[in-house]
Write a protein that binds this ligand. Structure first.
Ligand SMILES: [Zn+2]
Length: 122
């Protein structure tokens, strides 16, 4: 079928090859390099390994909060403060509310309140 690539005379492990691929400039280059390195060691590649590279090159992709997503989509949010201290932002498009950081915790991220979350009243 295809011409076989010469096997690497100095063997490297998958972990080593992943580490090496992370040094590539882009995700695409990293995938190419990783595939070549694994083939040179007589191994194939799998989706889970490319996921590791994807995560490395796009670290924020999977960590986007619902608030970040709402922010990025340009929805109109309304703000209100039920007690004069806490500020709640609400987005009708997302059907979500957020407890916003206050002066007491300015570095915190907005806390998402999901509509299914119901507080028990005693
Ligand atoms: Zn929204």
């Amino acid at each position: 079928m295809t011409t076989k690539k010469p096997i690497n005379e100095v063997g490297t492990t998958t972990e080593m090859n992943l580490a090496c691929a992370k040094l590539a400039g882009t995700f695409q280059q990293a995938c190419w390099l990783f595939r070549q390195l694994e083939h040179a060691n007589g191994r194939g590649t799998g989706a889970s390994q490319f996921d590791i590279l994807k995560k490395y090159f796009n670290p924020n992709q999977k960590q986007k909060t619902p608030y970040d997503k709402c922010n990025g989509s340009g929805h109109k949010r309304t703000r209100f403060s039920p007690n004069g201290i806490q500020v709640i932002e609400e987005c009708e498009t997302c059907n979500l509310k957020w407890i916003m950081p206050t002066v007491f915790n300015p570095k915190e991220k907005p806390v998402t309140i999901y509509p299914t979350l119901k507080l028990k009243t005693v």
